[in-house]
Ligand binder design. Structure first.
Ligand SMILES: Cc1cc2nc3c(=O)[nH]c(=O)nc-3n(C[C@H](O)[C@H](O)[C@H](O)COP(=O)(O)O)c2cc1C
Length: 235
């Protein structure tokens, strides 16, 4: 196991400093660290130890080719939204119909981020460009794609969440930053073909990985949480 920056006792540090980072430096991530992160994540629990995770690492030219293809498709769909259905076969990460309070939090999150960046609701081109930053992995040197076997049940997605959070916390131990991404699900067909995933695998989500650009305005974005008493019921 490679040496982490933090002692195990500072797990709380990792939990409280993890945030979604949306601007990265170009400093490369050594492969041995990448491997150690995935190794840590594999320690996550899963029902009957099924371990449903599969990780694809994209760097350099392979990453750039996917970025190029998806950004072009994203531009084409902005001009003709009818095309969108041709590029995804993903599971329903988000609900078909949003209800309160979830839709309110979603809106608050989106508009606070755009507000910070000085983007108004009416500025469609700027919104499109910011959304497209997702498909550039926010300039992170590493893009991760996570897949799952389509035969597995919904419970495996619960296991997968634990895997992903373990990976993100372990990344903090190496001074690395992450941004989990559902955005790529809209282009899952392109992604699965690009990574040569077997036909019985589907995309769960993606993740940017690298070193935070601490000078970037977007990374000053802070997200609130409901107070613990609104989450907690003492029965
Ligand atoms: C599975 C998952 C998918 C997400 N997808 C995106 C995404 O596509 N683009 C993005 O900018 N942020 C994405 N996020 C980040 C969330 O917006 C973020 O976690 C939330 O606002 C809380 O902020 P924090 O991560 O900084 O604590 C995603 C988070 C998760 C867990």
């Amino acid at each position: 196991m490679l040496a982490c920056k933090f002692e195990l006792g500072s797990l709380a540090h990792a939990i409280y400093t993890r945030k979604s980072v949306r601007a990265f430096t170009d400093q490369p991530v050594p492969r041995e660290i990448l491997k150690a992160l995935v190794e840590s994540a594999c320690r996550a629990p899963s029902g009957t130890n099924t371990q449903p995770w599969r990780v694809y690492v994209l760097e350099g030219e392979v990453k750039d080719k996917l970025v190029d293809q998806v950004c072009k498709t994203h531009d084409a769909i902005a001009k003709n939204p009818e095309l969108a259905k041709d590029y995804t076969d993903s599971y329903d990460y988000y609900p078909q119909k949003w209800i309160s309070p979830y839709i309110d939090r979603r809106r608050q999150n989106g508009w606070s981020l755009y507000g910070l960046l000085g983007i108004d609701k009416s500025e469609r081109d700027k919104i499109h460009a910011q959304q497209q930053r997702n498909f550039r992995f926010f300039d992170a040197p590493v893009g991760l794609m996570f897949t799952i076997n389509t035969s597995l049940g919904r419970g495996s997605l619960l296991d997968y969440g634990m895997f992903l959070q373990t990976l993100m916390l372990a990344a903090r131990g190496f001074g690395l930053a992450t941004c989990p991404q559902a955005a790529w699900l809209a282009y899952s067909k392109i992604v699965l073909s690009h990574i040569n995933a077997p036909s019985d695998e589907t995309l769960v989500c993606s993740m940017c990985l690298g070193y935070e650009d601490t000078k970037s305005l977007v990374n000053t974005f802070e997200t609130p949480r409901e107070c613990v008493d609104s989450v907690l019921t003492w029965v």
